[in-house]
Design a protein around this ligand. Structure first.
Ligand code: 13P
Length: 251
């Protein structure tokens, strides 16, 4: 039985004071209940260090939203894996569709980042997903296959154990339009089958595959009850403590 993992991607939201406020509400809300799923928050870089201090000795784990694959040097504006480790990150989101679409990240670049994260003991939350146009052209599986295969190039079976894959159909992100549980399950099962072919059945059976795209308290339970959906990567609904906690409860 795979564990469930609920992660909150704060995106470019919450300054330091707002981050402190949200975390304190999450800690209070979560302390009064038993959580048997893993909970991760991914604040912006500027709040990571303080967040790490605040969540110490709680069930909440810390992730970043991006990193660069070089160790250090003349890469203005970038942040390295070891910098993320030094402020207490355990996870890092890589290949998010906003990074791909707005910042031009390619499968090849994302693969380099995944390799560097693993070398640095950071667990990647590796995002894949098709655009509306790609879905309507009937090439969803081709796109997801290219992204998964490209991102995992030269990753060993042992390394795969540290990776979470997040399936986030681009048309469902921030649009209020969720994939139906059946639509999401179909792609999740496809990813698991793909990983069986790339690695083996046991690696695929153990792989955590999260769904992301307009996950809300009222649709979380149904999505999370699908056999191949092992968690959620939540955007908008993780910015309010109440709704993020409701999604965690649903898991
Ligand atoms: P929304 O939940 O706001 O649709 O965002 C999903 C997402 O992109 C999480 O990474």
């Amino acid at each position: 039985m795979r564990r469930k993992v609920i992660a909150g991607n704060w995106k470019m939201n919450n300054n330091l004071a707002e981050s402190q406020n949200l975390i304190s509400k999450l800690i209070t809300g979560l302390s009064s209940q038993k959580t048997n799923c893993e909970v991760i928050i991914c604040p912006p870089f500027t709040s990571l260090s303080e967040s790490s201090t605040l969540i110490k000795d709680t069930v909440i784990k810390l992730g970043a939203q991006n990193m660069y694959f070089e160790e250090n040097g003349a890469f203005t504006g970038e942040v390295s894996a070891s910098m993320l480790k030094s402020v207490g990150c355990e996870y890092v989101i890589l290949g998010h569709s906003e990074r791909r679409a707005i910042f031009g990240e390619t499968d090849e670049l994302i693969n380099k980042k995944i390799k560097k994260a693993l070398l640095s003991n950071l667990k990647p939350i590796f995002c894949v997903g098709e655009t509306l146009e790609e879905r309507e052209s009937g090439i969803t599986k081709d796109v997801v296959k290219r992204q998964v295969t490209g991102g995992l190039k030269d990753i060993t079976v042992d390394e795969l154990e540290k990776i979470i894959i997040a399936y986030e159909p681009v048309w469902a992100i921030g649009t209020g339009k969720t994939a139906t549980p059946a639509q999401a399950e179909e792609v999740h099962a496809f990813i698991r089958e793909l990983v069986t072919g790339l690695y083996n059945k046991s690696a695929a059976d153990n792989l955590i595959i999260q769904y992301g795209g307009s996950v809300k308290p009222d649709n979380a339970a149904e999505l999370l009850s699908q056999p191949d959906i092992d968690g959620a990567l939540v955007g908008g609904a993780c910015l309010k403590a109440d709704s993020f906690i409701s999604i965690i409860k649903a898991a």
